[in-house]
Ligand binder design. Sequence first.
Ligand SMILES: [Zn+2]
Length: 788
Amino acid sequence: MSLRGWLGTPVLVLPIQLLVQPLAPVPLDAQQLASAEGAPPPPTAHATSYDGVFDELLHLRPMADRVAEVSNLVLQRDVARFSLQSGHLYLLSPVNGRTVAAVFRGKGSFAFAPTTAVEKDRLRRFENTEALESPFTELMLVFADGTLEELEGAVKFGPGVVPGEVQGIAGQSLKFLAEEDSRTFEPDLMGAFLNGERSELFYAHIKRAGGGPLMFMLNPNEFEAVRLHSKVTRRGYDRRSEVVTQFPRQDRRRDGRVSGERLRQADIQSYVMEVSLPPTGIGEIGFSATATMQIVADTAVGPWVVFELFEKLRVDSASWEGGEKATVVRGKDSPLLWVLLDGQIRPGDVRTLRLHYRGDLIDRFGDFFLIKSSAAWYPRSLEGRSLAKFDLTFTTGSNYLLASVGDRVDSTTSGRTTRTRWVTPGRIRNASFNLGLFEGYDVQEKGVPPVTVMVSEEAHKKLARRYVQQRNMRERVGADVTGSLRFFQQVYGPPPVRRFYATEIPGWHGEAFPGMVHLSWVTFQDTRDDGEDEVFRAHEVAHQWWGIGVDFASYHDQWLSEGFSNFSGLWYLQTVSKDNDKYFDMLRQWRSSILLREGEPGPISLGYRVFASRDDDLDDYQTVVYKKGAWVVHMLRVLMLDLKTMSDDRFTAMMKDFYGRYEGRRASTEDFQRVVERHTGAEMGWFFDQWVHSTAIPTYRVAHRTEAAENGQFRVRLKVRQEGVPEGFQMFVPVTLDLGKDRKARVRVKVKGPVSEIELPLMPAEPKGVKFNDLEGVLAEVKTTGWD
Ligand SMILES: [Zn+2]
């Protein structure tokens, strides 16, 4: 059985099945936006109906009086070029009173070339070229930019013949944008049309002469605004298209002030929630909630704004602060919740919305309860990482034990009902809860936050009839949670929580929230002793520091959460097992899976995008971001190790410094690099380029020779052939010489280029063994060879 840990994040579970990307807000002030794109227009005077706009989009059709013959027309959108060599253009029926779509049929070509090495590589993996030049016969455009004016300036639209195929082209393209049953449309396009907005938003569905369709989008609501998608061909995969490549517009670069993925979205800054979790007659647990939410925005948005909400939840009613009814739209099984504000809201404005909703959130398995959406059980921004305060009151049957985030400020039981209230002292990015037929097991140790382990002993007793079972489940889990909390606060600094809950879930993964973790039932049940359980539990605990305490700046930096937590789990394992074997065995095991996929998925900094449906390997994200990410931290640890004293102090001081500097903020890989440089005193760009931004892993073929030297000393020479990496690849590799009588000599040698001949300092005795790449100092394959 394999356990997986991850921090609740939208990047693997995309919010909707359409052309929606993992999304993140970026603080961008209104001025900046205004200067970049012109001031946003005032909202349309009439309240636009969602259903009206959705129906107009779904039934876009060619108009017989809006046809033009076209030749040699070029549309350029960032690096994408559409050449309409010859054919006809058909404008489609208006949406919310304006023309927003067109179909081209004829002879055309699409040119597209990313400019960075990583994105060129992505395109090559998907399309076998670094610069696309694809002939097409059909093209559908959907736009909120000046495309109509551009077309009208080049060709003359008038009455003409509309072949039947034109409607079909529109229909085929719309399948990637719209889902009729849930009345869901790609949210950025939908928002622009609902709000009558003009922006640079532009979408093209390209039906190529050969190969599947391509979808291009220029989306100014994303920091990485330029995107190319292709169709997912795998059956059973829950998305229709996936990203091939994405990057910022050519005139935009990420600077230090910008983090996250998403620009211009509505956020919720505080939640006051009454959550009812009543037992149902058949032993299940129901869910209904009243959420009072403060909607804000960091740039002018609206009046229509959109949030994510778990698709199985239905809205009963919505009202504004004063009690007047609010207009919200919630398609059946749609993951989106649309809210109509009284107008645009601007930075500083707050609108308080009260929402009553309910639905099928909790499933029962045996005596376990599964919360089907751990974080989208309340409405939240599309990006899902915005910070908010939570004041949560839960009402449950008194036989259930419940834990949530923040401080439990109140708990009362009357009859068979228990109410508990939980308040977060500050703003956090995900709130969750867990409940079950739990017994609570408290671990109070001096110097660490009190820990409560919540485990379903009864459920395990039933399982014990069929499966081997750990005897001391709660004690073992409690010991690791407390032990790792203690260890991490020692090496990283005080945790951002005062109390901690380790709760069991009937799933195969773990997930971390402030002060609470969900842990797979397997880690309670397990009797294995290879250290995987310790690493798994400590990984989830470590997220209190990495991911929650210090959040990552963008998806490119997610290894600062997952790789760091994985390394932390390993480091904890080393300290509790009190020998190094398990630590190094686990590292070697991770190396094997990394080497199996070497060069395939992409670099660590590609984040979730290393996973592609075409690659067939569902574990790529784990392999690269978790396992290789942990290896990178381990390599820094060895690089900073004092080989004389074997002291970790420099590394520990560096990690503590990084945590202290960025606690409560988002950090990027570059931020981390700067801290590493401060503590190594050396420029470290080469290290991060090699290991975080590239995929190559060296193979060292190593030979050594010893000869007697003056004064009874010995001269040791190494010849190292480096393979599988670019010419300039370099590392400092630990070498340990066994000098007998328990004496060891440790040195670090620099290996760079195809062949290195290295003479070590004179040794006082003849070495009985030479261990190249000791301490697994470099993620590499080492092979011993003869001298020539
Ligand atoms: Zn994790």
